[in-house]
Design a protein around this ligand. Structure first.
Ligand code: ZN
Length: 456
């Protein structure tokens, strides 16, 4: 009886080993490498992925007998892309979500958007508001396909702030204890006033698994009761969120536009200014000195914005004023070497979202005058911001770079993105662009050592 039992054990062991190897080691041969940090490709390299990390990069042949070999002649191997401002769950009109969405319906739509995001080459995203913890969990459990999600959970907003989407006659949650707003019930936003409620809301998100905390620190365009010039949350309230996040080893990121909000946020210890389009030179200097990221969406500054199908003519003047106010913004970011990651903040229809994302890539290249700068923003700069989540960071190695020890988040693209960003989807057309399909020049997408697309 002993012998068959031993055989049984051996077979079990072999199955375990072979299952492990099925997704384990991959050797890319003869590829040109964009490493996320250098403006030159390393030509004719071999890159070995062991399990979910990059193990070795070498111009000499690498001996890895157990690895699956992928030959990538004339192709560029580069880090998976990173978008540090997504709303995967926020994929329809605000009014429709508030009036009509249930949580399970939202979850199914979110799963679809997550899959599409990965299939466009984005292997990590920082989600800045919306119920994505379930989607993240299902992705990590292998139930569905999507990027590595750095989730904020519900964004924190003061009453009448940028995250207050209540109907005008809904009861105030702080004053009455009633949460009438569907946005709050769904976990898109949470209205929290005063340090006590800000602490509770921050900790509530951390309990759900937030990797960073998002607060609304100023007015915005898409919301109901907060003019864009307004400043939101007192410094004391901001500090409350920062201290509760810091106790979990992570940080706070803030929606804001104007210098007053930005200065207050930096003083309070907030580490990333989302949007920030109207901040002045003194504020940019202050952000750089404090090592705070500036994460705008440059599509908002494009003349193409006037072609937006939903834009009413009455709004044109406001947009012209906004563009005039921000005319020195990009030159100042360049002058002061601000840390600018790729951040799209796309809401609503996923097809329109993909078109906007492709346009944002091309438009950044025009504004910054450099494909390399845009690629850096989409890889290593984004990866540096994601690492600020400290012990809450789900990745054990670096993101956005190709180097030994980094996570195996890898794209293989046809052509050289340093010369032509269209190979990763860039399109100088925005609303005029056709409905986007798969990006055929991205031939292979690997996340965490697992291949999700391979057309080689
Ligand atoms: Zn946003």
């Amino acid at each position: 009886m002993r012998y068959p039992r031993l055989v049984h054990l051996l077979i079990l062991l072999m199955i375990t080993i072979s299952a492990h190897h099925a997704t384990a080691d991959t050797l890319f041969t003869n590829v040109n490498v964009f490493d996320g940090q250098s403006d030159q490709l390393l030509t004719r390299q071999n890159v070995l992925v062991m399990s979910n990390r990059i193990a070795k990069i070498s111009a000499r042949p690498i001996d890895a007998p157990s690895a699956a070999i992928i030959s990538g002649e004339d192709m560029t191997l580069m880090p998976g892309l990173i978008d540090v401002h997504t709303h995967l769950a926020f994929n329809d009109r605000t009014t429709k979500i508030e009036a009509d969405f249930t949580l399970d319906y939202m979850g199914i739509r979110t799963a679809k958007v997550a899959e599409r995001t990965l299939m466009e080459g984005f292997t990590s995203v920082r989600d800045l508001g919306g119920p994505v913890f379930g989607t993240q969990r299902a992705i990590d459990e292998g139930l569905i396909v999507g990027p590595r999600i750095f989730a904020s959970g519900a964004f924190l907003s003061q009453t009448s702030g940028h995250g207050d989407f209540r109907a005008r006659n809904d009861r105030n949650p702080t004053l009455t204890g009633n949460r009438d707003s569907n946005f709050e019930r769904l976990g898109v936003s949470i209205i929290a006033d005063g340090t006590t409620n800000v602490l509770a809301a921050t900790r509530q998100n951390l309990m759900q698994g937030a990797t960073q905390i998002k607060i609304m620190a100023g007015g915005g365009g898409a919301s109901s009761y907060d003019p864009i010039d307004t400043t939101q949350y007192t410094e004391e309230e901001m500090r409350a969120a920062v201290s509760a996040a810091a106790d979990w080893g992570t940080y706070v990121t803030a929606h804001l536009f104007n210098p007053k909000s930005a200065k207050r946020a930096i003083r309070a210890g907030i580490q990333c200014l989302d949007h920030a389009l109207f901040i002045d030179e003194a504020t940019i200097r202050m952000a750089v000195k404090a090592d705070v990221f500036v994460a705008p969406q440059f599509w908002a500054l494009s003349p193409e914005l006037f072609k937006h199908p939903d834009l009413k003519v009455e709004k044109h003047e406001a947009i012209r004023a906004m563009h005039a106010l921000a005319k020195d913004f990009v030159p100042l970011l360049i002058k002061h070497k601000a840390k600018v990651p790729f951040a799209t903040d796309l809401l609503g229809d996923p097809d329109e979202g993909a078109k906007s994302r492709h346009y944002e890539i091309a438009w950044r290249a025009e504004l910054f005058g450099s494909n390399f700068e845009v690629l850096r923003q989409m890889t290593s700069v984004g990866g540096e911001l994601l690492a600020r989540s400290g012990p809450r960071n789900p990745a054990v190695g670096s993101l956005g770079v190709i180097e030994p020890g980094a996570m195996a988040d890898i794209l293989l693209v046809e052509g050289n993105p340093l010369e032509d960003l269209s190979v990763i989807g860039a399109n100088p057309k925005w609303f005029d662009a056709p409905k986007p399909g798969p990006i055929d020049s991205i031939r292979l997408i690997m996340k965490d050592g697992v291949i999700y697309k391979n057309t080689l």
